[in-house]
Design a protein around this ligand. Structure first.
Ligand code: ADP
Ligand code: MG
Length: 236
């Protein structure tokens, strides 16, 4: 097997931050719980993608992270699998509110993320629901009342439900901003900031983005604490 340095060069991985752990060049070295390994094997995935390989060991240390990698590079499992492990380590009562919160720009993306969470979280017995606009609130509120470990939400709908006081984010300890660049392009920054105010400061925050413009840098600087940054390929 290849050295970590050779792996990083081959896949154009660059990192910044102190004491960055070596990438997991295979699923076997990741040391995931067996129920998670079973799901990646069932999916037929031969090896981690580069963003997964380098972001997993950092996230599993409990550190904040900014991950910049293009669309289709496997970012969803990059944050979901450490999220499952986080849930294993701190099981809250889901009826008190979610432990993991993922913000995503659109209904379509939120639904895809939920599908991936359900598929890969099945043997970990993880519950997940999705909140997005353009659909009735009733079924979404019923799922919340029943209690879920993971909420995947678009910022607009989550804000509406927060204002109705039908969700508490006080148990969230693992916060993901997925497609941060697109969320800002769509004008969601005020809603994101309002939501994050409801999440305890003692949390792990992960930001995934395909590009790294100054608006994204600014919100990362405000919401993340000493993040490690991982870039795959050339980043503008
Ligand atoms: P991104 O969020 O970076 O655009 P996705 O997380 O949507 O990418 O992943 C793109 C596709 O790659 C999905 O179909 C996903 O199931 C698949 N995938 C994820 N991880 C791996 C892997 N390690 N090996 C092969 N395919 C993977
Ligand atoms: Mg994605």
């Amino acid at each position: 097997s290849m050295s970590a340095d050779a792996y990083s060069r081959l896949h154009e991985i660059t990192v910044s931050g102190g004491d960055v752990p070596a990438p997991f060049t295979s699923f076997e070295v990741a040391g995931f719980p067996s129920e998670i390994l079973r799901e990646v094997h069932n999916a037929g995935f031969p090896s981690p993608t580069p963003i997964q390989a380098q972001s997993w060991p950092i996230t599993l240390q409990g550190r904040d992270i900014v991950a910049v990698a293009k669309t289709g590079s496997g970012k969803t499992l990059g944050y979901l699998i450490p999220g499952f492990i986080h849930l294993k380590n701190c099981r809250n009562d889901p009826r008190m509110g979610p432990t993991v919160l993922v913000l995503a720009p659109t209904r379509e993306l939120a639904t895809q993320i939920q599908d991936e969470a359900v598929k890969f979280g099945r043997s970990s017995r993880i519950s997940c629901t999705c909140l997005y606009g353009g659909a009735p609130k009733g079924p979404q509120l019923r799922d919340l009342d029943r209690g879920v470990d993971i909420v995947v939400a678009t910022p607009g709908r989550l804000n509406d439900i927060l204002e109705m006081r039908r969700i508490s984010l006080h148990q969230v300890s693992y916060l993901v901003l997925d497609e941060a660049d697109r969320m800002l392009d769509m004008g969601f920054e005020p809603q994101i900031r309002k939501i994050v105010k409801e999440v305890p400061a003692r949390r792990q925050t992960l930001m995934f983005t395909a590009t790294w413009p100054k608006e994204v840098r600014k919100i990362a600087a405000d919401l993340l604490v000493k993040p490690v940054q991982v870039n795959i390929g050339n980043v503008d």
